[in-house]
Design a protein around this ligand. Structure first.
Ligand SMILES: [Zn+2]
Length: 77
């Protein structure tokens, strides 16, 4: 699989019926919801790589092991 953020090789695993976990060497561990994936698959939106990684770093500094990207995040390019 590929990382949804940077498109490097990543390990993806289903989380629930409506979300996925992603382990990327560059971006780290994160989750993404089905709603966000749907926007991506329709090619409506793409993620901004530095903004996404900055947000991951911020969330991790707050103790969130695996930040979850949803459509409300302002990580889109
Ligand atoms: Zn990545």
């Amino acid at each position: 699989m590929r990382c949804y953020i940077c498109e490097e090789h990543a390990v993806n695993a289903p989380n629930s019926a409506d979300s996925e976990w992603v382990d990327c060497e560059s971006c780290g561990r994160y989750g993404v919801t089905g709603s966000a994936l749907a926007l991506m698959r329709q090619n409506v939106r793409v993620f901004n790589v530095p903004r996404s990684r900055d947000w991951f770093a911020l969330e991790r500094s707050r103790g969130v092991d695996r930040p979850i990207i949803d459509t409300f995040n302002t990580l889109w390019d």
